[in-house]
Design a protein around this ligand. Structure first.
Ligand code: HEM
Length: 417
């Protein structure tokens, strides 16, 4: 079995810097064994509970009435004004969440997404044609970064030449702790002037403005795209308000962009390290549907989401008080040996594989999960048969974030077929 770097077993998981060296799996393993519901003080926050076992992560996910999303889903402490201004469906609980989600979910069902398979394939082929023959490349930048955003642009009916502009804006939001992606690094510069904006970033203004114009254009000329679908009323006449539409647009650009990209990068890295698996999947693409689930588990790109306890409760033998922040470490649950046999073994045929990468059992189960799965599968179907051999061409570089596990540079040397 291939040795996986498990990192420091006493890493400070509250710090973004920690994750530049890689996910400290050894720390999560130790916590899961010794203190699966552990308290962490924060330098710039009020502290939080860390859930590292599969069982507690699922238990908290399925009880939104006790573990609420309405007071924030990331570690950042927000006051009521900030929370209200920045609210999307992610920061809502049932029943308000259910109503909002019903309005947007029809565009993301498995069936709706199947209709995009050919478009995704054509786009994947074009992206691969552009790099085919290039002996050394940064896989994240030239392949993984291209497909999800260009595809999202296509779904939203936006001009392809805007994709790069949108990707950069999305990155500045999600990667707001990495100076490579934003000038407004949350824990380094004073971002209080932007506290009412999504991700505390002025870049959100640009995205919301772009979104408003795009919706305006669809109102004048409705098309066969997701934005037009979002404008259409439900059978009972309900519609999203303009503010809801703008916030949702920003959320899509932020959520649908780097998550799939970094899953592709982590999956490729796993396959580069396992040539036999890569070669087998290249000639047996029928195994990819199952293998994609292992790629999603392996990558665990959104390492955590947060909840807030609505009342005093007991969890894993600890007394959690009303108002406490509770962090669900999906990346730890996905490597829990009680749930996944030999979790550090990349098994493309793993079944069952009930990973929590998309927020299993939560009402917030990722809306883009079918799209992300399909993009990953189609990319691998198109990419793997083109590769004769592939090796690292330098050390990968990782995002400075304890929220997103991102390989932001993956230099590879490829011999193309
Ligand atoms: C591998 C890629 C992806 C991963 C790992 C991922 C992960 C997640 C997770 C864990 C959640 C639940 C958050 C919570 O419980 O608070 C979520 C929600 C969401 N995701 Fe994804 N996501 C991915 C791709 C996408 C894509 C491609 C889109 C859009 C095109 C998207 C849109 C959303 C939206 C809108 C929500 C909010 C759903 C709700 O609150 O009801 N995601 N995602």
């Amino acid at each position: 079995m291939i040795e996986v770097e498990l990192g420091d077993d006493h890493a400070d998981i509250t710090r973004h810097d920690t994750f530049v060296a890689g996910v400290p799996y050894a720390t999560f393993d130790r916590l899961r064994r010794e203190d699966p519901v552990s308290w962490w003080d924060e330098e710039d926050g009020r502290g939080f509970w860390s859930l590292t076992r599969y069982g507690e992560v699922i238990a908290a996910s399925r009880q939104p009435e006790i573990f609420s999303s309405a007071r924030g889903i990331r570690l950042e402490d927000m006051d009521e004004e900030e929370t209200a201004a920045r609210r999307t469906l992610m920061e809502m609980d049932p029943p308000a969440h259910t109503r909002y989600r019903r309005l947007v979910s029809r565009a993301f069902t498995r069936k709706s997404v199947l209709a995009y398979e050919e478009a995704i394939r054509a786009l994947a082929r074009r992206i691969l044609d552009e790099v085919h023959g290039t002996p050394r490349l940064d896989f994240t930048d030239l392949v993984a970064r291209q497909l999800p955003m260009r595809m999202l642009g296509r779904l939203l009916g936006l001009p392809e030449e805007d994709s790069d502009w949108l990707v950069k804006r999305g990155d500045a939001l999600i990667a707001n702790s990495d100076p490579d992606f934003t000038d407004y690094v949350v824990d380094k510069v004073d971002t209080s002037a932007y506290r009412l904006l999504p991700f505390r970033s002025p870049v959100a203004v640009e995205l919301m403005g772009y979104g408003r114009e795009a919706f305006e254009a669809r109102r004048r000329h409705p098309g066969d795209d997701l934005l037009s679908a979002l404008l259409a009323p439900m059978p009972d006449g309900e519609r999203l308000t303009d503010a809801e539409l703008a916030n949702f647009f920003t959320l899509l650009v932020a959520a649908g962009n780097d998550t799939t990209r970094y899953t592709m990068a982590a999956s490729m890295k796993a396959l580069v390290e396992r040539p036999a698996v890569r070669e087998a999947l290249a000639v047996e693409p029928g195994r990819l549907e199952v293998a994609v689930e292992e790629m999603l588990r392996w990558a665990s790109v959104t390492m955590h989401f947060r909840r807030t306890a609505t009342r005093d409760t007991e969890l894993g033998g600890k007394e959690v008080h009303a108002g406490d922040k509770v962090v669900l470490w999906f990346v730890a649950a996905n490597y829990d040996p009680e749930q996944f046999d030999q979790p550090y073994h990349f098994d493309p045929d793993r079944r069952p594989n009930d990973h929590v990468t998309f927020g299993l059992k939560s009402p917030h189960l990722c809306l883009g999960s079918h799209l992300a799965r399909m993009e990953l599968r189609v990319l691998m179907e198109e990419l793997l048969p083109r590769i004769a051999s592939v090796a690292p061409a330098g050390a990968p570089e990782r995002l400075r974030s304890n929220f997103i596990a991102g390989i932001k540079r993956l230099p590879l040397e490829i011999e193309w077929k």
